[in-house]
Design a protein around this ligand. Structure first.
Ligand code: NAD
Length: 259
């Protein structure tokens, strides 16, 4: 198969890490991105590179900073020769009633969960179109399709990224570039683990009740979605077999949004 090169934002943890590993296992070079302990990130980077015999780089670009995003894209282009695949995955969450919702949390969530995808696409789409091949996958959420209380910024950003996905899909459609959103239900990553105590507080229930009634309560399968399942879908969306799938929002949510 053709070796392609990918940037996966927010790939030092959780879903992004799973997607980066899956893309590397499928023979793609990968630029990792995200925050964390430098030694752990280097172990992750070197481990993926050694296991799959692909180039794996790391950028610490902060997804709230457009210039750092542009620098990350330039670094990947220079090292790999091209950026064929972009997976916009970096994201944060904050759970609080809107009256108390901190303004700086709103701004950070909109910047990381939505605007950073504009910036990566802005910096990579022209060259994808020139080459006649590209794949953009935006990791949205079931919260891109439906709302839950106390997640105003997150739900707004995730609905927004579906609009961005559809718009860019239309702009890129005649150039061999597909643009899709993946809408996961709950995946047990640090992002979800951190919101369990806050959701318990906001709803006045115990943490066990949050897991049973709020998280898995939303998903008819009563199972968390896994990072491996999401990685496999991204690999498929990045294959030539998926060339006609564009502008979509694909739920991977155990039936949540079927209700
Ligand atoms: P996570 O907390 O495990 O990982 C988030 C990643 O984003 C980390 O690598 C972190 O370092 C990075 N990140 C955070 N702020 C950043 C910044 N300013 N610049 C660069 N990187 C930054 O979370 P996750 O659950 O794996 O979430 C990944 C994506 O999946 C998010 O967009 C999230 O909204 C989405 N999602 C998660 C779930 C879930 O249940 N976990 C469900 C639906 C959608």
């Amino acid at each position: 198969m053709t070796m392609r090169s990918a940037i996966v934002t927010g790939s030092t943890s959780g879903i992004g890490e799973g997607v980066a590993k899956a893309l590397a296992a499928a023979g793609n070079n990968v630029m990792l991105n995200g925050f964390g302990d430098a030694d752990e990130i280097e172990t992750l980077r070197a481990g993926i590179a050694a296991e799959h015999n692909v180039k794996v780089l790391y950028s610490g670009a902060d997804m709230t900073r457009p210039q750092e995003i542009a620098d990350m894209v330039a670094e990947a282009e220079q090292a790999f020769g091209a950026v064929d695949i972009v997976v916009n995955n970096a994201g944060i969450q904050h759970v609080e009633p809107i009256e108390d919702f901190p303004v700086e949390k709103w701004d950070a969530i909109l910047a990381i969960n939505l605007s950073s995808a504009f910036h990566t696409i802005h910096g990579t789409l022209a060259k994808m179109k020139e080459r006649g091949w590209g794949r953009i996958v935006n990791i949205a959420s079931a919260h891109g399709l439906v709302a839950s209380p106390f997640k105003s910024a997150y739900v707004a950003a995730k609905h927004g990224i579906l609009g961005l996905t559809k718009t860019v899909a239309l702009e890129a459609a005649e150039h061999g570039v597909t643009v899709n959103a993946v809408c996961p239900g709950y995946v047990l990553t640090p992002l979800v683990e951190k919101q369990i105590p806050d959701t318990a507080k906001a709803r006045g229930i115990s943490e066990d009740e949050v897991i049973r009634d709020v998280l898995l309560g939303a998903q008819p399968t009563k199972e968390f979605v896994t990072t491996e399942q999401l990685g496999a879908l991204c690999v498929f969306l990045c294959s030539d077999a998926a060339a006609s799938i564009t502008g979509t929002a694909l739920p991977v949510d155990g039936g949540w949004t079927a209700q």
